[in-house]
Design a protein around this ligand. Structure first.
Ligand code: ASP
Ligand code: MG
Length: 406
C-alpha cells in the first residue's frame, strides 16, 4: 500500500514516559512527511519479565501458571505501552488510534505462549488508514479461534511487525531498537565488531536463531513475503542495517558474521542399548514439553551400545534432566548434565559450495587452545560448542582471521 510504513519499537525504546514522548514526536514527523505510519510496540522495559515472575509467585506447590490466563496477563504489557504512546501522540494534535492484537485482526492458532499467526484480517487497519489515523498496535499478541488472547513467544513483537507489513503490503518494516543495527558479531564480546549495511534473509535467519537480536520467525516471514526490514537505533541518527533478499552484498564476503550463544548446556546419556527408534524415544518426552534441543551427537554403536549427547539452553537443563531421569523405560548406564558451554557459529551464505572454512575454524580454535565439544554444520553455517570461558578468546580470534572487521 502506498506510503504505508510499519515501525516497531522495542522494550527499551518505550522504556519510560520520556522515551515514549520522544518516539511520539518522531512518529508525528513521519506522518507530516506524508507517510501513513503503523506502529507496533513491545512492552515497556522489563514488564514482561516482571509479569512472568508475578504469575509464578501466585501459584501453589511449584505448579506452572495456567497458560491461557498467563497469556492475557502478558498481553497487558503491550496494551500499556501502546495506549500510552497513543495518548502522547493525540496530545500533539494528531489523529491516532491504539489497537490490541485482536482488534488489529491478528488471528493465531491456539498454542498459548508460542502461538503462530494464521491470518491477519486487514479491514480494520484499512479503515483506520482511510480515516487518516496513525495506528498503534500492541505487539506480541493475537486471538485464537476460541476468541482467547494468545502471545507469540518471547520477542514476538518483531513477528507482529513483519506480519502486519506483509499483510498490508507496506514498503518497509523498520525495527527501532537499543542497538544501531546488525553486527558481524556481538559487540560486547568482540570490541571491533562491525555494523553491517546489509544482510540477506538467509544469513540473518541463522544469526537470529543463534542469538542475534531479532525474533527468528520475523525473518522467516520477511523472507517468505519479501518484506525489507531496516534495523536501526531509536535514539541514534546513524544508519542501520537493511535485511533483504539480495545476495552478493558486502563485497562478496563469504562469511557474514559470527553468532555467539553463551547460554548452552549439554546432556549426555552413556551406554544406551542400541535399537531402532531409541533416539526418538529419548527426545519425544522433551519435545512434548516444548524443550528444544540443538546439536546432537551419537557415536557409532559399540557392542550394541551407543552414547548420545545433545545441547540445549541452560534454562532448560534441570527440567530436561528431570524428565529423562523419570523416563523409566529408558535403559542406560548414566546421564551426565553439564552447563557452562557456549555455541559459536560461523555464518555466511557465501560459504555454500566452498570448502576449507570448517578446517580453518578448527585450526583457529586449536591455535587458541580452545577445545571443541561438539560440531554441527549446515550449508551456510559451522557451529562449535566450546567452554563458556573461552568464548571471548575464540570469537575475537575468528573475527580477525576471517577479517570481519574490514
Ligand atoms: N514483550 C515481549 C517480550 O518481552 C515481546 C517483545 O518484546 O517482543 O518478550
Ligand atoms: Mg526484541
Amino acid at each position: 500500500m502506498n506510503n504505508v510504513i510499519v515501525q516497531k519499537y522495542g522494550g527499551t525504546s518505550v522504556g519510560d514516559e520520556e522515551k515514549i514522548k520522544h518516539i511520539a514526536k518522531n512518529i508525528c514527523k513521519k506522518f507530516d512527511e506524508g507517510y501513513k505510519p503503523i506502529i507496533v510496540v513491545s512492552a515497556m522495559g522489563s514488564t514482561t519479565d516482571e509479569l512472568i515472575k508475578m504469575s509464578k509467585k501466585v501459584t501453589f506447590s511449584d505448579k506452572n501458571p495456567d497458560l491461557r490466563e498467563r497469556d492475557i496477563l502478558l498481553s497487558t504489557g503491550e496494551l500499556v505501552s501502546s495506549t500510552l504512546l497513543a495518548i502522547s501522540i493525540k496530545s500533539l494534535g494528531k489523529n491516532v488510534i491504539s489497537l490490541s492484537g485482536s482488534q488489529a485482526g491478528i488471528l493465531t492458532n491456539d498454542i498459548h505462549g508460542s502461538a503462530r499467526i494464521s491470518d491477519i484480517k486487514i479491514n480494520r487497519l484499512k479503515d483506520e488508514i482511510a480515516k487518516n489515523n496513525i495506528i498503534i498496535i500492541a505487539g506480541f499478541q493475537g486471538i485464537n479461534p476460541n476468541g482467547d488472547i494468545t502471545t507469540l513467544g518471547r520477542g514476538g513483537s518483531d513477528t507482529t511487525a513483519v506480519a502486519i507489513a506483509a499483510a498490508i503490503k507496506a514498503d518497509l518494516c523498520e525495527i527501532y531498537t537499543d542497538v544501531e543495527g546488525i553486527y558481524t558479531t556481538d559487540p560486547k564480546v568482540v570490541y571491533n565488531a562491525r555494523k553491517l549495511d546489509k544482510i540477506n534473509y538467509e544469513d540473518m535467519l541463522e544469526m537470529s536463531v543463534l542469538g542475534a537480536k531479532m525474533h527468528p520467525r520475523s525473518i522467516e516471514l520477511a523472507s517468505q513475503y519479501k518484506v525489507p526490514i531496516y534495523v536501526c537505533g531509536t535514539f541514534s541518527s546513524k544508519s542501520g542495517t537493511l535485511i533483504t533478499g539480495e545476495n552478493n552484498m558486502e563485497n562478496n564476503k563469504k562469511i557474514t558474521g559470527i553468532a555467539i550463544d553463551k547460554n548452552v548446556a549439554k546432556i549426555s546419556i552413556k551406554k544406551i542399548k542400541d535399537q531402532p527408534g531409541i533416539i526418538a524415544r529419548i527426545l519425544e518426552p522433551l519435545s512434548a514439553k516444548s524443550i528444544s534441543i540443538d546439536v546432537i551427537v551419537q557415536n557409532t554403536p559399540d557392542k550394541g551400545y551407543i552414547d548420545f549427547s545433545f545441547s540445549l539452553s541452560e534454562d532448560d537443563l534441570e527440567y530436561a534432566h528431570e524428565i529423562l531421569i523419570n523416563e523409566k523405560k529408558l535403559k542406560y548406564d548414566s546421564i551426565v548434565k553439564a552447563n557452562g558451554l557456549s555455541k559459536i557459529s560461523l555464518v555466511g551464505s557465501g560459504m555454500q559450495n566452498e570448502s576449507g572454512y570448517a578446517s580453518t575454524m578448527f585450526k583457529v580454535l586449536g591455535d587458541q587452545h580452545v577445545s571443541i565439544d561438539m560440531i554441527t554444520t549446515s550449508e551456510i553455517r559451522i557451529t562449535c560448542l566450546i567452554n563458556q570461558i573461552d568464548t571471548t578468546k575464540a570469537a575475537n580470534a575468528l573475527h580477525s582471521v576471517f577479517e570481519l572487521d574490514k
